[in-house]
Ligand binder design. Structure first.
Ligand code: NAD
Ligand code: MG
Length: 326
């Protein structure tokens, strides 16, 4: 890479991240060396404490996350595939949606109606690649909607090869007494029932070569004390990935999961992290900073890549060094 290339790359990443700290400031933050020029530009704690109503918008975050808008380059790994991504409007799901489109896939995204502004940006990015983009807003806590979502995605895309179960609810509660039955129910419905309902509907339509990609978390194996209900859903999804991989292998359908560590997304600024945790977000990772969604997109591609045809029941991790959930 020449110096000019390097400057262009760093500027691109910084632009994508909006108001991110300048590379010099990011490097100043600690002795930890960056792994790439793009990583050098990524912000480190302390972060400005901010609070948005759930589910939050990426477009209102400071600094804005980098979802790979200007940096992800595809090479046809998912050419002609049809993918449905839940929570595809922002964060990790948006990064996967951008990557999938640049790898040649047509993409349907699901999100909550309040997230329409974020979703519009993603739809425009998918269309800019010349791929089909389908926006299907709706609430995954409803079984009937989950069935309709799969049906509509398959109809508008002309089939369904990849389902990415990525949407989730995370709300901090200091003690178990603070977790209401409604909280527990909302978390389970969004994070466990919906992937179950969606998987059930999707496999009824899928043939050999199809893939399901679930989002788990490092929380599956090392849960934080103040997101008890959420953490147990990430463990459930990990287990579900392994059982379904075994069940569907004879049909030629693979099931993998991606397990992120701390990533800078709306989930963390709309009730998913306390103000203290927000301020120091990612600090305890060996890299000393959170991941940006752009840094995990390639794992969603890998999890679905037909050339990794022997990989099923696998957990692909991206934690900044803090180990693996399973
Ligand atoms: P995010 O807020 O960008 O994405 C979560 C999405 O879930 C939202 O965009 C929303 O569209 C969707 N959602 C929530 N409730 C819904 C409902 N009832 N109906 C429909 N959609 C609903 O945050 P993210 O961090 O990118 O989260 C994506 C995935 O990553 C989640 O599964 C989360 O558990 C996982 N994860 C995140 C982190 C992190 O630090 N950000 C770490 C580990 C795992
Ligand atoms: Mg969102």
């Amino acid at each position: 890479m020449t110096d000019t290339d390097r400057r262009t790359f760093v500027t691109g990443a910084a632009l994508a991240a909006g108001a991110v700290a300048a590379p010099a400031a990011a490097v100043q933050g600690g002795a930890k060396a960056a792994t790439t020029p793009a990583a050098a530009a990524y912000p480190k704690p302390p972060f400005p404490v901010q609070r948005q109503p759930w589910p939050g918008l990426a477009s209102k975050m400071t600094p804005r996350p980098d979802h790979g808008e200007t940096s992800y380059k595809g090479s046809g790994k998912l050419a002609g595939k049809k993918a449905l991504i839940t929570g595809g409007d922002s964060g990790i799901g948006r990064a996967a949606a951008i990557a999938y489109a640049r790898e040649g896939a047509d993409v349907a995204i699901n999100y909550l109606p309040a997230e329409e502004p974020d979703a519009r940006e993603v739809i425009a990015l998918i269309r800019a690649e010349g791929r089909r983009a389908v926006a299907i807003p709706g609430d995954l806590r409803d079984e009937g909607f989950c069935r309709k979502l799969v049906e509509q995605a398959a109809t508008h895309l002309g089939g369904l090869d990849i389902l990415v179960n990525n949407a989730a609810r995370q709300q901090t509660r200091p003690g178990i007494a603070d977790i209401s039955a409604q909280d527990f129910d909302d978390t389970m419905k969004t994070n466990v029932y919906a992937p179950f309902w969606l998987t059930k509907a999707a496999v009824a339509r899928m043939g050999a070569g199809a893939v399901i990609v679930n989002t788990s978390s490092e929380q599956a194996g090392d849960p934080s004390p103040d997101i008890v209900d959420y953490a147990l859903t990430r463990a459930a999804v990990l287990n579900f990935t392994k059982s379904m991989a075994k069940q569907l292998a004879p049909r030629g359908i693979r099931v993998n999961a991606v397990a992120p560590g701390p990533f800078w997304t709306p989930l963390q600024v709309s009730g998913g992290a306390t103000p203290d945790k927000q301020r120091s977000f990612g600090q305890s990772s060996p890299m000393g900073r959170p991941g940006q969604p752009a840094e995990i997109a390639a794992l969603y591609v890998a999890a679905a890549d037909p050339s990794l045809s022997y990989s099923t029941g696998q957990i692909f991790g991206s934690t900044g060094g803090n180990g693996q959930p399973a």
